[in-house]
Design a protein around this ligand. Sequence first.
Ligand code: PHE
Length: 353
Amino acid sequence: MDKKSYIEIRAQIEQKALSTLSQIGTLDELESWRIDTLGRNGTVTGLLRGISDLPVDGRKEAGSQANSLKDVLTKKYEAYKADIGSSASIRTRNGPSFLDVTLPGRNIALGSLHPTTAAVREICRVFESMGFQTIEGPEVELDTYNFQKLNIPKEHPARDMWNSLWIDRELADGSRPLLLRTHTSPMQIRTMESQPPPVRVVVPGKTYRYEATDATHEWQFCQIEGLAVDKDITFANLKATLEEFAKRIFGDKRKARFRCDFFPFVEPGAEVSIDCFKCEGNGCPVCGNTGWIEIMGAGMVHPKVLAGVGYDPEIYSGFAWGMGAERIAMLKHGIDDIRHFYSNDMKFLKQFS
Ligand code: PHE
């Protein structure tokens, strides 16, 4: 063999070895490629042996070329071997990267709505369909809005209905009038002060009370306030609106019950209950054997409140309500403890995703 044909043979061996390597998908195929190429009777080994047939002056260069080919192919072999070993068996077109398209895909963890948020949205949507607009308000409130303008004067015993978390910041006059709102009712005042009637709003938002927590009480929870003010609004409108709400959330068969209750900012005031959806009103643990489940407080806006914001109570009247979003979610889903909502327990939360 002369030097020229030796170089040609080397080039052919290299090209063939590389192109076969690029088709390889499994470790078995790779092993037979190694035997064919680098094995004892392999093409590269043959090439090295062929050096001795060359004229003496060409052997040195041919030897180094054949050895460098052996090195290159050995390195490629090792890279492929590591790659096939670490991934599965189908190779992508360019380069030694392996992808098994038959493996099941990895799930992307998607977040979902917190059950309170889901309840708030569902409730607001029901009222939106009846012409109410959803708005939000501040969680840090002034005493004036949280109490005074709602017909709850300073030192009035009605304040005991709401155990407040006061914010320890003194104003110039020495007063400490800021607190975390104990209910969303201050937004009744803020809304009416900012616009003339008619008003139709729902106000979801966080509320805070200085209370020990138990299965039905949290120190922070979510309320949904509602307010409608216009000419000729009567208690019949209040009843119809809230009954419709109960049906849309808890089912068409629900009946609503209105009983007298006291809230300083409404007159008359009512406690609204629905007949128990679990036992159809016969009595069970969900309704505490009464057949009824209380879902909110409501009433006709007190004339003093209307006058306080500059609405003429002789011309305008309205109704308002306030409900706990968690309570509605608890009833809907049969959740027995409000503390689940704020424990950050993924096992609980994932049930609602
Ligand atoms: N704000 C009252 C509460 O927190 C609920 C309520 C709102 C009652 C509006 C009547 C009218 O208990």
